[in-house]
Design a protein around this ligand. Structure first.
Ligand code: FAD
Ligand code: MLT
Ligand code: ZN
Length: 457
């Protein structure tokens, strides 16, 4: 038992805490696997007051806090490797209220995304942020990473859907940000500062979410394409002719991994690129575009959903990529490039990998409609884990240089966390980083909240 564990039990006897070894491992990590989890304890506050008590306890005993949601993060933001307190929002997970007139719903930060989506649907409305981790990720984690997902193309990132946030700050005070207002020109919008702050500026305890009309009836098309230029061509053509809800791509290597994981191959042949796209139902328009794509050669095969079962099957090919490759412990990149530069970026990156890392299996997929490329690299069997990590760090350095050249970002939606910390300057200027550090120092001078994430502590 750690000293801190004894002290917190004495100071806050009602608080749910553990230092059980298996809980420390489970709660000290997210979906990354690069660090050894080593928190001193896990605490599960049941009220905002308990969150405040934990923050004040941590400040008094100079121990850091890692705010923890569903731990589905992909950049190590929720990793606790240095004796921190993991403050889990698991027990603060209620749907608190629905406001019919404002079309908002207030939830606790630990509410799971899918539960929130289902609660909105019960009121005939939609919370439109959606991602593959919907069954486990939390609203607090989504806000802290400004999560994107598969419908950004139509609805934008999490940021667009947050009417107000309640936080506990590093001083243990409860602060309400924006109070659900649509218009509020009264100084800095601290709500937006919290969104994407990865647990480094405050602990989100509640959020008022904006809701909207349900998605119109939709259809899904699965396309096979000859090259990446055709993926971009298909996107611009389908965007012009249909009302797109999502437009996602993946490569033959990704499909191979998904099939190995149990999916069945919908095509008789293999093709270099695939697209799953969802749009407001328009069979005639979709088939016309499909035909013209076939004629002009930017589509080589495909199918249009004729049932809900087809839709689920097509989406499964895209949405199960992360899970299918997880056992291979891939090194992941999450890159943002403006759509008009995607082609040039990808061809430069392919040259880079072919020239310097010919043994890497590089799995490309992502949200083309948002200019968001996921690049996952699996470990060649000939390399040890350490050698692989060294090679991936070198490759990311080179990718980061390309990102700077193409004016992109090292993280589109997963956040910087620990994984991308060393590459922040590929995206942000020295002046921006200095301003961010000044904000951190002003709001959390003792470095209590998630130190070492985004930038070194
Ligand atoms: P965690 O992983 O627990 O934490 C993430 C960060 O938020 C950490 O820095 C943590 O300290 C902080 N945090 C958590 N809760 C709070 C809180 N209450 N207050 C303050 N800080 C907090 N991401 C996308 O953006 N788009 C995708 O399409 C997508 N697809 C995914 C698919 C799969 C299969 C998986 C496993 C992950 C995917 N992700 C995706 C990544 C991940 O789901 C998101 O980053 C998600 O927002 C993390 O939520 P979480 O509750 O799991 O947060
Ligand atoms: C996705 O879009 O599926 C994700 O963000 C997850 C990943 O990059 O693996
Ligand atoms: Zn993604």
């Amino acid at each position: 038992m750690s000293k801190i564990f004894d002290l917190i039990r004495q100071a806050l006897p009602e608080l749910a805490v553990t230092d059980d070894a298996s809980a420390l491992v489970a709660y000290g990590k997210d979906w990354t696997h690069h660090w050894t989890p080593a928190p001193c304890l896990v605490a599960w506050p049941r009220s905002i007051e308990e969150v405040q008590e934990i923050v004040r306890f941590a400040a008094k005993h100079d121990v850091a806090i890692v705010p923890s949601g569903g731990r589905t993060g992909l950049s190590g933001g929720a990793v606790a490797k240095d004796g921190e307190i993991v403050l889990s929002l698991d027990k603060l997970n209620r749907i608190l209220s629905f406001n019919d007139v404002d079309q908002t719903m207030t939830v606790e930060a630990g509410a799971v995304l899918q539960v929130v989506q289902e609660a909105a649907a019960q009121h005939g409305l939609q919370y439109p942020v959606d991602l593959g981790a919907r069954g486990s990720c939390t609203i607090g984690g989504n806000i802290a990473t400004n999560a994107g997902g598969i419908r950004v193309l139509k609805y934008g990132n999490t940021r667009e859907w947050i009417a107000g946030i309640t936080i506990v700050n590093a001083q243990g005070e409860v602060v309400e940000l924006n109070k659900g207002l649509i218009k509020n020109s009264s100084g800095y919008d601290l709500r937006h500062l919290m969104i994407g702050s990865e647990g480094t500026l405050g602990i989100i305890v509640q959020a008022e979410l904006k809701l909207t009309k349900p998605l119109p009836e939709s259809q899904v098309m699965l396309l096979a394409l000859p090259d990446f230029a055709s993926v971009v061509q298909a996107f611009t053509s389908l965007r012009a002719g249909l009302s797109l809800q999502a437009f996602e791509f993946f490569t033959d290597v990704a499909l191979k991994r998904v099939i190995e994981h149990g999916a069945s191959n919908p095509f008789d042949d293999t093709y270099p690129y695939y697209v799953v796209t969802e749009f407001d139902a328009d069979e005639e328009g979709a088939l016309k575009l499909f035909e013209s794509g076939l004629e002009q050669g930017w589509i080589v095969d495909g199918a249009l959903s004729a049932s809900n079962e087809h839709k689920v099957k097509f989406w499964h090919l895209r949405e199960s990529i992360t899970e299918s490759i997880a056992p291979l412990k891939p090194y992941k990149n999450d890159i943002s490039i403006r759509i008009s530069r995607l082609r040039d970026f990808l061809s430069d990156a392919e040259v880079l990998f072919a020239r310097n890392y010919p043994d890497f299996e590089v799995i490309w997929f992502g949200h083309i409609g948002d200019g968001n490329l996921h690049i996952s690299i699996t470990k060649p069997t000939a390399l040890s884990a350490e050698e692989f990590a060294t090679h991936c760090a070198a490759a990311t350095n080179e990718l980061a240089a390309l990102i700077t050249t193409h004016g992109g970002s090292i993280s589109a939606e997963h956040g910087i966390g620990l994984l991308k910390r060393d590459y922040l300057s590929s995206t942000r200027s020295d002046e921006e980083i200095a301003m961010m550090q000044a904000v951190k120092a002003a709001l959390d001078p003792a470095g209590l909240l998630n130190p070492g994430k985004i930038f070194a502590a």
